[in-house]
Ligand binder design. Sequence first.
Ligand code: SAM
Length: 282
Amino acid sequence: MRHDVSTRDGYCWDHSTPNSGAPGAVTSVNPTESDKYPFPFPNAVDPSLAHIDAIRVRAFKEQPDLFLMLISPTQGQALYWFVTLFKPRAILEIGSFVGYSLAWLAEGYKRNLAQGMVPPLAADGQHPITSFELDPMFVDIINDNMQRGKLDRLAKVYQGPAQASLENLAPGTQYDLIFIDADKSGYISYYETILRRKLLAPGGLILCDNTLMFNQVHGQYPPVKRAWDSDTLLVDGSQDQISPDCSPHHIYQFNKHVANDPRTEQLLLPIFDGLTIIRVKE
Ligand SMILES: C[S@@+](CC[C@H](N)C(=O)[O-])C[C@H]1O[C@@H](n2cnc3c(N)ncnc32)[C@H](O)[C@@H]1O
């Protein structure tokens, strides 16, 4: 399975395809090209965190058609850095799939715990990291992956539609870091609910994935030959126009919504498929 997005779309494509089955073992998207032009930077992923790749390898084996729903290893490391830099006490993820990004968040939290940078785990068993996932089958896989990685005491996944889960959070619940990576049609609503319900703690950050949507959200999202729908991962080469129902359109609307919102400020980091950081203006 090859994904040659890098050359066509001009991306720094770090979502190489695992194929050996060994955690951390990845092959480049285009071995010929990378042999000719070796990547001139240090390893994208800290080798001491390579064990997290076991989740990616497993997803590639068990859900090959959905594999590209995962954030990339570099993005995973970016999440880890956010957690270890900002030391959030409570984290929320919206859209978990098999728990790959969740594992990066949890590993960051684990490091903060070990260094005494966050309070010890609550005696009542409460988890510092909460994640929402719609698909019950994925919830089972996430639980298994969290147990395998010994992260199950840190992160708990709740099954159900994220909008309802957000509405059901107890009044006063707040998170220092919220990562949004579920259905793109829900982004504006999740963002608005977070602000309306004051779910973001003072000084907190919202991170949103896929805000470049594979180069399809620039300007007026010009016609493309390839349409990406993140919910089904459908690649439809016959499409000349992006449909108003598809993910690039939703992300375009979301980016515009956030850019025009005087309550917040944002920064789009062009890591993999775009990661937007949002904070409330003080
Ligand atoms: C892009 S994947 C998440 C990938 C994950 N963050 C990672 O990188 O490891 C999006 C996930 O959101 C879930 N999802 C879609 N619609 C949802 C909804 N309305 N509520 C909760 N989860 C939803 C999908 O089932 C899918 O597992």
